[in-house]
Design a protein around this ligand. Structure first.
Ligand code: HEM
Length: 195
């Protein structure tokens, strides 16, 4: 959530497009409801692009084969520890055009690239195989619901005189080096929408 908001604050033109989509789908003075979520295609692409550049678990969970396996020309001995660096795979210039740029449109052009089910080995934010994250449907809905509500209810800015720092802190989970500080300004004309 923090990375999504940070990327949007870093790219005001993308934030503006997301807010425009919300105005069209939800309506200016309406609150976001569950039935709107499946219609927010641009916001969905923003979430995918954030999970591509900032996967929650950059090295997934380590795997260990119970039998010796040969895959292509590589032999993986039984019991060895196998680590998937999805952070690097999701920035691979062979698989992704301008991999370091934040471009949600890439997922609108090619929907297959954003498959969460672990079938596309260049995009594995929820892992793959039998230990894939079982929370995908909930995570997908909650991310869309919370981000759309934050964007549709408030205008967001960083504190005056500060700059955004999107550098990462190395660890099991991808965190921001400097936690994001963002200031909300109410958008709805009626305070009742916030109750
Ligand atoms: C944005 C939100 C989330 C992300 C990015 C995420 C990501 C992941 C990843 C990468 C794994 C490891 C998969 C692998 O190694 O192949 C995982 C495992 C898991 N996740 Fe999530 N997850 C999210 C939300 C959730 C939610 C909402 C739940 C539960 C309601 C959940 C429950 C689990 C469980 C139980 C596992 C362990 C599965 C196993 O080892 O068999 N996750 N998740």
């Amino acid at each position: 959530m923090e990375w999504i908001m940070a990327e949007l604050l870093q790219h005001p033109e993308i934030m503006e497009k997301a807010c425009k989509e919300l105005e069209e789908v939800v309506g200016k003075d309406n609150i976001v409801e569950e039935f709107h979520i499946s219609k927010l295609h641009y916001l969905d692409a923003i979430i995918k692009e954030t999970l591509r550049l900032h996967p929650a678990t950059p090295l997934l969970a380590p795997r260990s084969p119970c039998i010796t396996q040969t895959i292509s020309e590589y032999t993986i001995p039984k019991g060895s520890r196998v680590i998937f660096n999805i952070w690097a795979m999701q920035r691979d210039p062979v698989a992704w055009e301008n991999p370091l740029e934040f471009q949600p449109e890439r997922f609108l052009r090619d929907a297959e690239k954003g498959d969460y089910q672990g079938n596309n080995y260049n995009f594995l934010p929820f892992g793959s195989g039998r230990r894939i994250c079982p929370g995908i449907p909930l995570a997908e809905k909650m991310l869309l619901y919370v981000v759309s509500t934050l964007l549709h209810s408030f205008e967001w800015n960083i504190p005056h005189g500060t700059t955004l720092d999107l550098s990462e802190k190395f660890g099991l989970v991808t965190k921001m080096q400097e936690p994001l500080i963002a200031i909300p300004i109410a958008k709805y004309s009626s305070p009742e929408h916030y109750l």
